[in-house]
Write a protein that binds this ligand. Structure first.
Ligand SMILES: C[S@@+](CC[C@H](N)C(=O)[O-])C[C@H]1O[C@@H](n2cnc3c(N)ncnc32)[C@H](O)[C@@H]1O
Length: 288
């Protein structure tokens, strides 16, 4: 319980509450929550320890601390997350974009920079969630148009919000569909996806923030056929992708070589695997 409304004390009480709840990075998170509840940058709190929280801000912070102590992820509480330099809105129903997924954006931008001859090129973000991948790519590749596809209506709500906030309404089409089924043959130039890839035997080892709050359907692969999303994507890409074209799929180190094999079987002759900055096999990609 927070007893005072000076920023310095409120942050300290928040830190203690989160530490007691076993939150690992309690200091940083306490500052983040205090700053978000006052709608200021974190640096402001350090520079103005004597600033006062209004009673409404104090109540909001207390509510947020209870939610965080119950292991709700910080971005669902503040409704904000950073991805590839963009501030995105995110909440229940949409996966929280992860830093490792930024590698997919980098790989796309590298490839796209060598395709300047393409006329109004089009990318697809399959399983777009909050729209993170598509929006980051489009914001850095101004000549591209995009299609974000997701089966989840709740996820698409967040993607629409982000599209509007970033002023990309005219460049990103969002549709509710099953993977690439709704695309016409030879209609797109790049297919990017971060599909579900958590194996059922990995579920119990995940943090409660993930297992209690993030959508299972965004994370878990089917127990009887873990490669199903990849096979669906590869078959769809085979039909929908023009040449030259790029397919790039995020994966886990346990699945990466099998995913490469799936791409090979679907007619992409030389799939490659890119490691993330931690050295983990992360993206399987191919061109044609
Ligand atoms: C791992 S999340 C990725 C979300 C977002 N692209 C990101 O990287 O933050 C996988 C997404 O795929 C969507 N999804 C799962 N099965 C799908 C399907 N059959 N068709 C379309 N989208 C699907 C989920 O709703 C979820 O938003």
């Amino acid at each position: 319980m927070i007893l005072t409304v000076r920023v310095a004390e409120a942050s300290e009480s928040a830190y203690r509450a989160l530490s007691e709840a076993g939150i690992e990075d309690a200091r940083r998170e306490a500052m983040a929550l205090a700053a978000a509840c006052m709608r200021v940058e974190r640096a402001y709190l350090t520079a103005h320890p004597d600033a006062l929280l209004t009673p409404a801000q104090k109540r909001r912070l207390e509510g947020w601390l209870r939610r965080r102590a119950a292991r709700e992820p910080l971005p669902y509480i503040t409704r904000r997350v950073w991805f590839y330099g963009l501030e995105l809105a995110v909440g229940r129903g949409a996966l929280i974009p992860r830093p490792e997924t930024e590698l997919l954006v980098e790989l796309f931008l590298e490839w796209a920079s060598s395709q300047s001859h393409l006329h109004t090129p089009r990318l697809v973000d399959a399983g777009t969630g909050s729209g993170a991948i598509a929006l980051a790519c489009l914001s850095r590749a101004p000549q591209w148009m995009g299609v974000g596809i997701d089966r989840s209506r709740r996820a698409l709500h967040w993607a629409r919000l982000n599209r509007r906030q970033l002023g990309l309404d005219t460049r990103l089409l969002l549709i509710q569909a099953d993977w690439l089924n709704s695309l016409r043959p030879r209609s797109v130039d790049a297919i990017l996806s971060n599909p579900p890839y958590v194996l059922p035997d990995e579920w119990d080892a995940l943090q409660p923030e993930i297992t209690r709050y993030e959508p299972r359907s965004a994370l878990l692969v089917p127990a009887d056929d873990p490669l199903l999303p990849y096979r669906r994507m590869a078959h769809g890409a085979c039909r929908a992708l023009r040449s030259p074209g790029l397919i790039a799929l995020e994966s886990s180190p346990r699945l990466a070589s099998a995913v490469a094999e799936v791409l090979r079987e679907c007619g992409f002759p030389s799939p490659r695997v890119r490691r993330d900055y931690g050295g983990t096999e992360r993206i399987v990609w191919a061109t044609r």
